[in-house]
Design a binder for this molecule. Sequence first.
Ligand SMILES: Cc1cc2nc3c(=O)[nH]c(=O)nc-3n(C[C@H](O)[C@H](O)[C@H](O)COP(=O)(O)OP(=O)(O)OC[C@H]3O[C@@H](n4cnc5c(N)ncnc54)[C@H](O)[C@@H]3O)c2cc1C
Length: 441
Amino acid sequence: MKSSLNYEVVVIGGGPAGLSATIKLAEKGVKTLLIERGRFCGAKNVFGGVIYTSAVKELVSNFPEVEPFPCERAITEEGFFLVSETTLSKITLIKKEKIPQSFSALRTKFDYWLSEVALKKGADIAVKTKVIDLIKNNKGEVKGVVVERPESWENSKPAKISANLVIIAEGVNRILTQKAGLLKRDWSPEEVVLSVKEIIQLPKAELEARLGLKEEEGLAVELIGDITSGLPGMGFLYTNQNSLSFGIGIFLKSLVENKIKPYNLLEKAKTHPYLKELFQGGEILEYSAHLIPEWGLEKLPKLYGKGVLTAGDAVGLVNPFFREGANLAIYSGIYAAETAYYALEKGDFSEKTLSLYEEKIKSSYFYKDFLLFKDIKKNLLVSSKWYNFYPQFLNFVLESYFSSRGKEKKEILKEILKELKKKRGRLKVLKDLWNIFKIFR
Ligand SMILES: Cc1cc2nc3c(=O)[nH]c(=O)nc-3n(C[C@H](O)[C@H](O)[C@H](O)COP(=O)(O)OP(=O)(O)OC[C@H]3O[C@@H](n4cnc5c(N)ncnc54)[C@H](O)[C@@H]3O)c2cc1C
């Protein structure tokens, strides 16, 4: 890398947001440089992860008919496992679609594939390169970045790269978003979920047999209940080719307040009889931890400034309830690229011109979903009754329903109602149902 470089657009971060922006800009012939601090795009990145086909198709129109195929398995069964201490009830949907709506993926492979697409379209990518600052002119307009290459530039000084416009797609830790003046302070513990994940390898045939899957079929489920030891959060279990992605995400605030180490939670979850059997003999290939931004609409940063846009997790575009994050990063990257292209054509990088980006985000389907997410978070996501009582109760009902125990059915029903009254109370249950109805009405 030379000590001084000029680009039309510099994109910071080789995750789905940055890579999508880069692909779309390079496609239009814009001189674009993507800067990624990892050894390659995807090297540092973590997700569950399931990715929706529709978003990837926006980038690569012949997806999933692509070579090399960047995903693991088509998701043919998905839903929820409601977990009690010893039992587990499954609510899953089995799908036999021609083109699956989603795929499981590993980021090392998926992000790397996107970077290959970007390179083929003509973008430049600098890996092992960290952006440490933004260059601003005397009018406060962002005009480039300052980078460091700690691993490969022995004794090197930070280098400057100039650009007409910078797109920040740095992920959840929004250091540069703050430097750009788009954000006053970063997240607080009640606004982020800390997720820990293991990739557990099993022989392919064994994995399929244990989950009742055919070759190439995949399962993606969220686990709710005792899996998080009653704390507000969820678990996830997704199938890869010959491994399982298993993880738990809890609001950081709850972990701190309850002095719980997430790794211990994961270890405890793995002792559940169903999971213990499922993972038996499996080899842990990887352990990772990452934050998920769940601050919702009220805490969104400013999306644009003079000569700068921000996309993906840096904005907080995650809707965990519907497993949307990477796909929203892709959409926001595309909108950022479209806005950047419009600004380049006009030769105007003022806030007025770049406000087009906010218009695009605000008229998207997912922005409207965020209005709904606000209520879901308030009424469901942070309230432990949904994690403690209901999953356990459903398991109790099913267990009672399917056990004869030499008792009259009326007696069993009485026991169920007694349990309901003892643990939650009928009025409270009606109130809970009303709250759910209010959210979705
Ligand atoms: C455990 C977990 C499970 C998830 N499961 C799912 C799922 O199943 N489905 C789904 O759709 N979403 C899921 N998500 C959310 C999803 O991963 C994110 O929403 C998505 O990755 C955001 O993409 P991004 O490009 O904005 O950020 P990231 O993917 O975080 O990428 C940011 C990139 O910027 C780079 N970077 C940061 N700072 C600098 C710098 N200064 N200089 C150079 N490079 C820099 C990083 O190395 C990284 O490559 C999950 C998240 C987690 C943590």
